[in-house]
Design a protein around this ligand. Sequence first.
Ligand code: FAD
Length: 474
Amino acid sequence: MTRLVWFRNDLRCADNPALWHACSQPSEPVIAVVYDCPQQWQKHGLGPRRIAFMRNAMLALQQELQALNIPLLIIPAGTFAGSLNSLQRLIVQLDIRSVSFNIEYEVNERHRDIEFSRWCRRQQVEVHKFHDQCVIPPGEVLTQQGQPFKVFTPFKRAWFNRSEAFYQAPLPRPQARSPQPELQQLAAALVQPAPLTAEPDPLWPADEEHAHQCLQNFAAEQMSRYQTQRDFPALDATSRLSPYLAIGLLSPRQCLHTALLLNDGLQTGGKPGIDSWINELVWREFYRHLLVAFPDLCKHKAFRPETEAVPWREHAEDFAAWCEGRTGYPIIDAAQRQLREQGWMHNRLRMISAMFLTKHLLIDWRKGEAFFNYWLMDADLASNNGGWQWSASTGADGAPYFRIFNPTSQSQKFDPQGEFIGRYVPELLPITAKNRHEPDSFQRRQCHYPPVIVEHKFARQRALNAFKNSLNLS
Ligand code: FAD
């Protein structure tokens, strides 16, 4: 019986439960498939650099699987509907009796998989589904009343309580199989995939080995200092593994396992740097669990429905200034320029910048979410939506709407030497580090740097009023 592995957001060989399962019978031939769906990804708002990242990862996976004697067909499909049609044809033509894949949680993906599973049932094709995107699958961390958590801290507590039961060491990559020349030839004859090409991205090499190397380097050199350095963007003290997690070149279990090897076990109370990094992995899990429990999050709805009444401003010029990094607030502009240059932004800056857009400019979080989604290499619906709604005070968060960061004091606190600003807003380099957070009007003119788009005190009050009035609070 030939088995088929359907790769999607899990472009790796190690710790891949679907691949591992398909390879469990040494004598049975295994073939793999992945679909190139550019129209679907564009519809989901992903930008060209992120799409190229996935394509490069597919090509790298093809090589990795080749070494295991498993042919990977990379098939152009355009959309999910196209991929389903193609997959069904392939299953019939190759007389596949068993398909395995790892579960995706977003709504369109779930609909696609439900339709596929129904078709398989009718055709008497076995379907084997696995959870690989979280250490603890969504739905397994609940309140005592069996409800999903809506706030992080109790979720985290419950997550740790449950983790002993769910945590397992990562799976190894499967053993190489005996060569399958007939299967390879047959598959090549049945589908003639147009050879996929993608420009390699020197900043984000898209292969499993590189992702692992980054994880190992981070663990060896930086993880122990993570707690004290993680908030300072100039230090580059975080792992930058999010793009690899987003497309499944790495699994969260591999990350957790690497951290645990440096710590004393799963419970908190280990080394502060390592505990603190594990805490961030749990944030990632929290947002995925939320997305499954509240599927409306996939449909751009506010987590707190009452905040739909906030009178967001329609202001194309302010929005463009934010997008292009010319708000006149150096830390915001540096962050936005980093995003467009690198396809990545430091977490502290994501919070400051998102809060600036939604509170200071009072522009709808959905616009910012879409902009980040387009530019980020780690674009991920659950974490992006979670981060935006947290910043906009529309989301799953215990803190009230009047948490509004002052961008200048955040800048002074987290980029004290103005080093990060100097890197991305080089026109301010002639100004002393102390003044770089808030240049005066003379310095702005000298440096050809714009005046602030909105004054902090005014903007803060405007946001407070808008939230208070729309939420009917006195
Ligand atoms: P590290 O600090 O090394 O953390 C390790 C891993 O933990 C990260 O790779 C990531 O997978 C996870 N993680 C860390 N912080 C968070 C967090 N706050 N929420 C969820 N997971 C976290 N993350 C994405 O992966 N994709 C997104 O599209 C995304 N959009 C965001 C938008 C906003 C407005 C905000 C405030 C945050 C967003 N985040 C997103 C979360 C976070 O900023 C990034 O995961 C983090 O900056 C990635 O850098 P790193 O890999 O160096 O993280």
